[in-house]
Design a protein around this ligand. Structure first.
Ligand code: SF4
Length: 273
């Protein structure tokens, strides 16, 4: 199958959720590089050969990893390009960012208690360019989504990843890259977790858990972190659950949302060194 034949199985909406900036770029990656077609959540699967759905065995782990890095870099550049022409002054209040007339091409806001300075020219995170393109994708996506409506503070309605649409493949990723890492590190150390959440600007939440904090990951994207300590006498290991405001998909796509939670775990683990 060639890329144009494969293209008919996508909606052609160029939404970017697969990680490629256009459906055609994704079609080329599937048909030429063996990338699994199932990465497009909107795919019409009927009639597609199984080997395209699952990806090619020839696409070994190394080349997939290299392809993944390339894809992220291309996507970050694509999203940065989409900044051109955005009215940042109008956008700023919708996403809780600061805009100043002296620097009209710049938005400033906090990301996990770090200062983001973002423009079409690039991003600085606490004065340094983020090395990982996923940070850039996340932050440009936050700008690009722009809050589907007006600025909405969390109203205290929290939902799990499993309640968000099309999230089945992300539930395991969230557990592996965020929840399980935190549960393992802070098992038996709830006081230390409380101290570090405070360092991220978190506020205690009224929830039934051994520790419960609302962490302001981005101005309109709070994360609710729930921690239950291990109870060895009952055979229970420590457990972490991350919940999201029910409006969260107005501000980020699912992939960036899971990465936000992963970055929150990274920050807590770094601070714990
Ligand atoms: S996720 Fe699917 S619809 Fe969206 S850009 Fe990728 S291929 Fe196109």
């Amino acid at each position: 199958m060639n890329p144009y034949q494969f293209l008919r199985y996508t909606p052609g909406s160029n939404c970017g959720e697969c990680g490629w900036p256009t459906c055609l770029a994704f079609a080329a990656a599937v048909t030429k590089a063996g990338v699994p077609a199932v990465r497009c959540p909107h795919l019409k699967r009927e009639g597609l050969p199984q080997e395209l759905l699952n990806g090619s065995a020839a696409a070994d782990a190394d080349s997939l990893e290299r392809g993944e890095e390339e894809r992220q870099t291309v996507l970050a550049a694509h999203l940065r390009g989409k900044m051109q022409g955005l009215d940042l002054r109008q956008l700023a209040p919708r996403i809780g960012a600061a805009w100043l007339a002296d620097t009209p091409d710049l938005l400033c806001f906090a990301f996990l208690n770090r200062l983001v300075r973002l423009s079409a020219a690039g991003i600085l995170l606490d004065g340094t360019e983020p090395a990982d393109p996923r940070d850039q994708i996340l932050l440009y996506n936050y700008i690009w989504f722009g809050g589907a409506g007006s600025y909405r503070k969390s109203d205290g309605t929290w939902v799990g990843m499993e309640s968000l649409p099309n999230s089945i493949s992300k539930i395991r990723t969230l557990a592996a890259y965020c929840e399980e890492r935190l549960a393992e590190r802070f098992s038996g150390r709830v006081e230390r977790l409380i101290e570090l959440c405070a360092a991220l600007g978190a506020t205690p939440a009224d929830q039934s858990a051994d520790a419960a904090f609302v962490i302001p990951a981005l101005p309109c994207v709070p994360l609710l972190l729930l921690f239950w300590n291990a109870e060895p006498e009952d055979g229970f290991a420590a457990k972490v659950k991350v919940l999201f405001d029910h409006h969260v998909l107005d501000f980020l796509d699912l992939e960036s949302l899971v990465f936000t939670a992963e970055r929150m775990a990274d920050r807590l683990l770094e601070l714990d060194r």
